[in-house]
Design a protein around this ligand. Sequence first.
Ligand code: F6P
Length: 322
Amino acid sequence: DKRVAILASGGDSPGMNAAIRAFVRSALWENYQVFGIQNGYEGLLENEIRELSSRDMGMIINQGGTMLGTARSAEFQTPAGLQKAAANLNAAKIDALCVVGGDGSFRGLLALSEFYKGQVVGIPGTIDNDIPGTEYTIGFDTAVQTAVEAIDKLRDTALSHGRVFFVEVMGRKSGQIALSVGLASGAEDVVIPEEKTDADVVAKRLLDGRKKGKRFGIVVVAEGDDSGGAFKLAETVQQKVGFNIRVSVLGHIQRGGSPTSHDRVWGSRMGEAAVRFLKNRMTGVFTAMRGGHIIPAYLIEATVGVRAVEPEMVQLVRIMGS
Ligand code: F6P
């Protein structure tokens, strides 16, 4: 009876496939007809809608990326684009739309719901873990793990040569990835957008470390930090400390790879929860993790600002790196 559709939007993240798979199979379990929209909102504008079966979901739980493709669409965000997208959903008789993506994708979904009168539900999927209202976004764990593995490798060279490395990680305007990566990789320091970065302070921490006998160092730099990126900060700090600093920007490597079990489990749980919310006639909500449970939270909550970092976490990273 019910016809539901799912799409992925914005940057891909490992575990999105687990969420898609769980959404599709849970919806089929309810005897809904399920459709996949290829390439995000852009594909919706192009009418790239196809029916999905349980078999289509085979062999994807272990794969990074998204089997539905994804996109960042400029056309969709115009009133004409939103109208066209709504018309395409209506023409395909889609009763409900689920979007897996970040805050930008949720903003798009809210805008669409002004024109589209079916139910809408979101699943937070982004490596950044920056969405207000949820303690977790799918892909974060894998991205952190990937960055930590890379830093473990850099550490070998850092130790052998007695070098300091500045490692830039993703996260847009949020320091969540940088903090977890810094803590898990034993970094000397972390610079994040949530704090004003002072090159003198960074330099002093490194020099203090030298005095204590540290032969090498790792500084994790969040890409959104106000210092203007790892290269620029390293150049300034280098002049102050008087020794050479090497820079490594991890970039999109952090977005790929097979999802960790954590991302597979929470991707699956959120995919199922999204169907449950639709079954319970909810709309305008997303699957938010709070206190280890999944609850429905209003999409609008997710679109205001960036999720705050915990001061205790920042302090802990500093203590550990001292
Ligand atoms: O939101 C995920 C993310 O990887 C951010 O960490 C990063 O700033 C951005 O996407 C990069 O976007 P793109 O893949 O479009 O270059």
